[in-house]
Ligand binder design. Structure first.
Ligand code: ZN
Length: 57
């Protein structure tokens, strides 16, 4: 089991089109559907979170 690889799977739904959910951090539109559960992040914040929580070894 690799705990580092945890993207998606928290109730987030990839949107095919608007309305998009707002990023919970910067309020930018994300690529997730507004009906998504969980905490949608825009690609930028998602990347930053990935850097912060990246496993180091
Ligand atoms: Zn964001």
């Amino acid at each position: 089991m690799d705990y580092c690889a945890s993207d998606g799977g928290d109730g987030l739904i990839k949107a095919d089109g608007p309305p998009y959910a707002e990023c919970v951090l910067c309020r930018e539109p994300t690529e997730y559907a507004e009906a998504s559960k969980g905490l949608p992040l825009c690609p930028v914040c998602e990347w930053q979170e990935a850097q912060r929580t990246a496993c180091s070894g």
